[in-house]
Write a protein that binds this ligand. Structure first.
Ligand code: SAH
Ligand code: SF4
Length: 341
């Protein structure tokens, strides 16, 4: 059955055809994304006949929770099943005053960063806009998130390279941010990229787009080539240029993520070079001490090293240490490899 998730109002108008009044499409759209109605027969604004008709031809198309892995710290990693039987992961991170959901944009990843467990999955396929939005709806439903007024942050930092699936990511962002749709502020949605330079430029031209985070992870061209082979195609120099040219909105700044690998990219000299790279950029830095995993040939630096690195960078730009969430259930950054526990 064809899925409704991922459709925008004009798409729904098209499938309903000229026989239905045009406001029906808006009602369906609202029921799906705003009210998060997962049962088509329960959309009470529609005549019963239309509900039946819809339900006989279409499914909502929400990914189903195949497994749920609960961390000591309250983080939940989801293994979600898609319509074609493939699976993907999303991570729910509750905090006192807000929740954050980390979603995937592809099944697996083709980029091959050497410190990342997702790279070991290889690439299977792009997720559709509906599958991207569906992860948010599935986790919201599973955690009983009340409709309206929620303080939900969305990060596109799960499996996959979002900028290699840009059309679907942009469409999903429109639905997620539309006040008649999921109604999440664009200030609360962040996309992280390994640095697909031409797509950064393309993203900058989108009217509706998430905030941008760049996985920097090295302070020199050579080291970045070693750690992130994509650098051979998109050089660090060009990446920094694209960052400088990026059209930030008045309230926005870039985020640079930097995974610290013990004895590899975590020296004081690295920190000083990072400061130089970021000169004159409106940005902040998030340091991530390596989340370890089997087959990852790097170690996690000691806390003192991470703090020393932070001290140097924060003299120039705001610099934070990202707290690992859900490491014990392979839910933290770079650990999404569908590990069964
Ligand atoms: N593909 C995108 C988004 C997913 S990765 C990207 O690479 O940006 C999300 C973040 O996790 C990236 O900043 C990445 O550098 C980081 N990361 C990858 N593997 C990691 C690991 N083993 N430990 C800590 N962070 C990791
Ligand atoms: Fe892909 Fe990001 Fe992992 Fe690199 S860090 S392999 S781009 S998911």
């Amino acid at each position: 059955m064809q899925a409704l998730l991922g459709l925008e109002v004009q798409d729904i108008e098209r499938i309903l055809g000229p026989g239905e009044p045009r406001f029906r499409a808006r009602q369906i759209y609202r029921a799906l994304y705003r009210e998060r109605q997962l049962d088509l027969m329960q959309i009470s604004t529609l005549p019963l006949e239309l509900r039946r008709e819809l339900a006989s031809t279409y499914s909502v198309g929400i990914p189903s929770v195949e497994r749920r892995f609960e961390s000591q710290d309250g983080t939940r990693r989801y293994l979600l099943a898609l319509e074609d039987g493939k699976t993907v992961e999303a991570v729910w991170m509750p905090e006192e005053k807000r929740q954050t959901i980390c979603i995937s944009t592809q099944v697996g990843c083709a980029v091959g960063c050497r410190f990342c467990m997702t790279a070991l999955l290889g690439f299977e396929r792009n997720l559709s806009a509906g599958e991207i939005v569906g992860q948010v709806l599935a986790a919201a439903a599973d955690n009983g998130l009340p409709v309206g007024g929620e303080r939900l942050n969305v990060v596109m930092m799960g499996q996959g390279e979002p900028l290699l699936n840009l059309p679907n990511v942009v469409k999903a962002t429109r639905i997620l941010t539309d006040p008649a749709g999921c109604g999440i502020s664009p200030r609360r949605i962040t996309l992280s990229t390994s640095g697909i330079v031409p797509k950064i430029q393309e993203l900058g031209h989108q009217e509706v787009r998430p905030k941008l985070a760049i996985s920097l992870n090295a302070s020199t061209e050579e080291m970045r080539r070693e750690l992130m082979p994509i650098t051979r195609k998109y050089h660090l120099k060009d990446l920094m240029e694209a960052c400088r040219a990026y059209p930030l909105r008045p309230w926005e700044r870039l985020t640079f993520e930097y995974v610290l690998l013990k004895g590899v990219n975590d020296s004081d000299a690295d920190a000083r070079r990072v400061v130089k790279l970021l000169a004159n950029l409106k940005c902040k830095v998030n340091l991530i001490a390596l989340n370890p995993g089997p087959e990852i040939p790097f170690d996690t630096p000691e806390e003192e090293r991470v703090l020393a690195f932070q001290r140097i960078v924060s003299r120039a730009v705001p610099c934070f240490i990202r707290k690992p969430r859900g490491r014990d259930v392979y839910a933290a950054c770079g650990q999404l490899k569908k590990v069964s526990l």
